[in-house]
Design a protein around this ligand. Structure first.
Ligand code: ADP
Length: 419
């Protein structure tokens, strides 16, 4: 079954076309047929598509073309996928794309697993806009656009970033503010990056041959957004992002944890409106805010190492220290774990940052293998701790699109979803 996986942002759409079915899932041989991104939707958009050849190499197509909205961008993607130019084997018409899987950021308390998108599910996703005003409207644009491009009969599935965390116990998800605010406004921790943490959990147990019930690991997703998840007995016990993706670790431009009293203080001192304070915390903080240079970890490391830039170093130190603190907290919350697992652009590629985080954790039983750490970059997966470490360290490149494609296949076929 050919599944189109869509991830819609405010001015971008990322896609993958994945061929999957029950047997391919069991053998872990699902095939990525094409992938790409359209950026700067609403203006002269930048299109970058690739077709994956049978030998794993790829053919790329780039163009700049005006695209007024998400609907136009998605039509462009679908037209290209079925085109002669793309020449994807077995795909020449709309009917060859069996279903569309959407990454949806917030499912609230009700939408706790992947599901077929019906009008009532759309209504529920709309109801969650309040909780994720920056994300859910973009995801919905993709859903409306597919309806428009394929017609009302398109099979669409929503895969929620919050769903993996629906197992959080009440003592982990409640904030210590008056309880009626939880009841009235659903103010609680939801957690995000769930598709990625779930993939890490699945892939780790496949690699080491464990049943899900025996997986006790800390999954650390470090991309532009960053979050950490305590996975106990295969399920999310706690995670650092909260009601929104702003809480927790230091991120590219987001502050993560902060004393809530600072908001009022900042607004008073700088004369900021609430929206301006939110914008500072979401867009001007984190690595960018501390360094004053960039939100890009690769550039920061270059500044720190080659130019000895003090604030670049400080930004990396604050970033790594916060992660280390969370590892300690989660090990205590979980009564111990067997591994910490790095994923996301920084987690997968930066042996430098991983070493900084692991530094000093030998007393916990984490002994990094420096050669393995240096060699496990650019899409490689594997253990980076020394053999015999009581707490292992791993790198597992995330694959959210694969999870979305598989869930979409299962929902369309009416199959049971993995717990
Ligand atoms: P997103 O969360 O947008 O999907 P990614 O997971 O691709 O982002 O992560 C982007 C981050 O990964 C950026 O900060 C980038 O600098 C960082 N990154 C990518 N490659 C490296 C590298 N070799 N060393 C350090 N950081 C890297």
């Amino acid at each position: 079954m050919n599944i189109l996986v869509l991830n819609c942002g405010s001015s971008s759409v990322k896609f993958q076309l994945i061929n999957t079915d029950q047997q391919l899932i069991e053998l872990n041989t699902d095939k990525r047929l094409a992938h790409g991104v359209i950026e700067r939707i609403g203006g002269p958009a930048l299109v970058h598509f690739s077709v994956v050849n049978a030998d794993g190499s790829s053919r790329s197509h780039r163009e700049a073309v005006p695209l007024r909205d998400h609907s136009a961008a998605i039509e462009k993607i679908v037209q290209w996928i079925i085109s002669q130019e793309a020449n994807i084997p077995g795909i020449s018409s709309y009917a060859d794309i069996a279903a569309v899987g959407h990454r949806v950021v917030h499912g609230g308390e009700e939408l706790t697993s992947s599901m077929m998108i019906t009008d009532s599910v759309i209504k529920q996703i709309e109801d969650c806009i309040d909780l994720a005003p920056l994300h859910n409207p973009q995801n919905l644009k993709g859903i409306y656009a597919i309806k428009k491009v394929f017609g009302g009969t398109a099979k669409q599935v929503a895969v929620f970033d919050t769903a993996f965390h629906h197992t959080l116990p009440d003592y982990a998800y409640l904030y210590a503010i008056p309880y009626q605010f939880y009841r009235r406004h659903k103010i609680r921790r939801y957690g995000f990056h769930g598709v990625s943490h779930r993939y890490v959990q699945y892939r780790y147990r496949t690699l080491v041959g464990l049943e899900r019930e025996n997986v006790n690991v800390i999954s650390i997703h470090l991309g532009n957004g960053c979050s950490i998840c305590a996975i106990k007995a295969g399920h999310s016990l706690d995670t650092s992002m909260g009601m929104t993706p702003l809480e927790g670790l230091v991120m590219g431009t987001r502050s993560g944890d902060i004393d809530p009293a600072i908001l009022e203080h900042l607004s008073h001192k700088e004369g900021y409106s609430q929206a301006e304070v939110q914008s500072v915390l979401n867009k001007q903080s984190g690595l960018l805010g501390i360094s004053g240079l960039t939100n890009d970890m690769r550039e920061l490391i270059a500044e720190a190492v080659e130019n000895d830039d003090r604030r670049a170093k400080l930004a990396i130190d604050v970033f790594a220290y916060r992660i280390k603190k969370y590892i300690g907290a989660y090990l205590a919350a979980m009564n111990g774990a067997s591994a910490v697992i790095f994923t996301g652009g920084i987690g997968e590629n930066s042996d430098f940052v991983r070493e900084k985080i692991a530094h000093g954790l030998e007393w916990l039983g984490l002994h990094l293998d420096y050669d393995r750490n240096a060699a496990t970059i650019r899409g490689k997966e594997g253990k980076i701790s020394q053999d015999g470490s009581r707490l292992e360290a791993w790198v597992i490149p995330t694959n959210e699109e694969l999870m979305i494609a598989r869930d979409t296949f299962r929902c369309v076929m009416g199959l049971e979803l993995p717990r």
